[in-house]
Every structure is written in structure tokens, then in C-alpha cells.
Design a protein around this ligand. Structure first.
Ligand code: ZN
Ligand code: ZN
Ligand code: ZN
Ligand code: ZN
Ligand code: ZN
Ligand code: ZN
Ligand code: ZN
Ligand code: ZN
Length: 297
């Protein structure tokens, strides 16, 4: 009987240590009940992101600028009793749980377990979203949603580069990431920004980022309805033209044939150029003829 009440006491005590102060400590990145001592500069920070924001930003002198080697953190300080200690989940002095989610490998503490954190050994870091919802793709060398298991385009180390829009390193970013049909990756917000600016192509390889077949069909129909006069058919048009009509030159193809069939936007990926090219082709060809004639080309 006595044993029973003692263990109930113990459980109550443990529960209170798991909950004590939870949600009241931490930073904008993690709710946690300890601070870390950076092994690189010996200074105290709430988390590695706080360290990097302070030490690896443009405001920091170039010679002092550095990132924290996150796996090398060996000392933490309990936020409740201020005891400096080795990395453990529970404080050696007051016994409080310093983070409901704890990874000994990454030295990661986080009270917000709703993030469903898990450690991926292949990535070598902790990720969020639940282990059951993700798999590690060996070729892309990153964790992807199980929904993409057999239907994504693998790109060698797809996440181990900077976002092509904002240039932040993608592999361990805290923001949401999306994988395009072509296999290239970028932040979800950065992709939204692209579409807000009517960019529907991958910033890396210029392939369409969504199903554009309806639009291509419309453009094909429009092109088919205004056939090229026979004198201009199968003439070659160079990058120069695209520049003249006020568009950036095509990256995929330097030479376009004026034959509407060849110049489908599916090949170019830049439908605006095609429409403009088509509309302006007649005067452009004349203009070029004049230009060449005047300049003896
Ligand atoms: Zn440091
Ligand atoms: Zn932080
Ligand atoms: Zn403590
Ligand atoms: Zn981890
Ligand atoms: Zn992984
Ligand atoms: Zn892959
Ligand atoms: Zn980005
Ligand atoms: Zn791409």
C-alpha cells in the first residue's frame, strides 16, 4: 500500500518536472528550458539559430563571422536553476526536463512536441513532420514526404544548395520547402513569390513548375490561327530578336525557327516571348533585313 502511494508520488513528481516551466522559456526558434554554451566562441545563446543570427550575420565583422558547429555543443545551462552542465534531457540539479523532445546527437531541446520531431541518421540532423511521414532518399540525400516515394525526380544532393530565390541554404532551413517536378528545390514562400510575379518556371532549369498544357494549347491554337506567310517560314531568329522585343533572351534555345510548329512554348518555356515573337515577327524580319542591308551584313 505504502509502496503504491510512493510510486504515485514519484509519477506526479516526474510529470511536474516534465511540465515545470514548459512554454515559459526559450527563444523565437524553440521553446526550451536551457541555454547552450557555444563551443566556438564560448558565449551563451538560447539556441544555435540565435547564435548564427548574432555571429553569422552581415552586422558581424567579417573576421568574427562563423556558424556554430551544432554537434559539438557539450555544455548547457538550465534556465530554471542556472546550473551549467553536460548535455542531458533532465537538469542534474533541479531535475527539470529541459526539452520534451531531446536529441542527444544534435543536442536539440524543444518543448513543442507538436512539431513531431525525429532524428534522421542519414541526414545527420533532426527534422519535423513525423518519421512515419518521411523517408530518406539516398540520391537526393534528404528526407522527403512518403507521398513522393516513387514519383519524384531525383537530383543528386537536391537540398544541399542554396534556395535559388533567397540564397538561404536549404538542407537545414526552418522554412517549408517544396520540390518541383524537375526535382529542384526551393522554399515554398519563395515559390509563391515567383508565381505572384507570374513566373511559372523553375529558376534553376526553366522547366514549367505546374501543368501548363491548357495554356500551351491555347497558344498553339493562337499560333495556328495566324499562319506565318510563306516568305518568312522556316527563317532562323536569333537571341537578338528576343532582346529587341523587350524580353530576356531564351535560355534554352538560341535559335528559333519561325515555323510555328517548332517554336512551341513547350520547347521554350517562355510563352510570352513566343507570343511577342509571333506578333512582331513580320516587322522584326523586315527590320532585320533593313538593318543588315544598312550595315552591310
Ligand atoms: Zn560561436
Ligand atoms: Zn533561438
Ligand atoms: Zn535546473
Ligand atoms: Zn537529432
Ligand atoms: Zn533524412
Ligand atoms: Zn530522390
Ligand atoms: Zn528561398
Ligand atoms: Zn528545375
Amino acid at each position: 500500500m505504502e509502496d503504491g502511494s510512493e510510486s504515485v508520488e514519484l509519477i506526479k513528481n516526474n510529470v511536474s518536472l516534465v511540465e515545470k516551466g514548459s512554454g515559459h522559456y526559450g527563444c523565437s526558434h524553440y521553446l526550451r528550458r536551457c541555454k547552450i554554451i557555444a563551443p566556438c566562441c564560448g558565449e551563451i545563446f538560447d539556441c544555435r539559430h540565435c547564435h548564427n543570427e548574432a555571429k553569422d550575420s552581415l552586422e558581424t565583422d567579417l573576421i568574427d563571422r562563423h556558424e556554430i558547429p551544432r554537434h559539438e555543443v557539450t555544455k548547457v545551462i538550465c534556465s530554471l536553476c542556472n546550473t551549467e552542465q553536460d548535455v542531458h534531457q533532465y537538469c542534474i540539479n533541479c531535475g527539470v526536463c529541459m526539452g520534451k523532445y531531446f536529441c542527444a546527437k544534435c543536442k536539440l531541446f524543444d518543448d513543442e512536441v507538436s512539431k513531431n520531431q525525429y532524428h534522421c541518421d542519414d541526414c545527420g540532423i533532426c527534422r519535423t513532420g513525423g518519421k512515419e511521414n518521411y523517408f530518406h532518399c539516398k540520391k537526393c540525400d534528404c528526407c522527403y514526404s512518403v507521398l513522393m516515394k516513387d514519383n519524384h525526380a531525383c537530383v543528386e544532393r537536391a537540398m544541399h544548395h542554396n534556395c535559388p530565390v533567397c540564397f538561404e541554404f536549404l538542407f537545414d532551413t526552418l522554412k517549408d520547402i517544396t520540390v518541383l517536378h524537375c526535382g529542384h528545390t526551393l522554399h515554398l514562400d519563395c515559390l509563391r513569390n515567383l508565381t505572384l510575379h507570374y513566373r511559372y518556371t523553375c529558376p534553376v532549369c526553366s522547366k514549367s513548375i505546374c501543368d501548363m498544357s491548357n495554356l500551351w494549347k491555347k497558344i498553339d491554337e493562337e499560333i495556328a490561327s495566324t499562319p506565318m506567310p510563306s516568305t518568312f517560314l522556316n527563317k532562323m531568329v536569333c537571341r537578338f530578336y528576343a532582346t529587341i522585343v523587350g524580353q530576356t533572351p531564351m535560355s534554352s534555345s538560341t535559335l528559333l525557327r519561325t515555323n510555328a510548329k517548332v517554336a512551341t512554348p513547350t520547347i521554350l518555356g517562355r510563352y510570352k516571348v513566343v507570343i511577342l515573337l509571333h506578333a512582331h515577327l513580320r516587322w522584326l524580319l523586315r527590320w532585320l533585313d533593313d538593318y543588315c542591308w544598312h550595315n552591310g551584313l
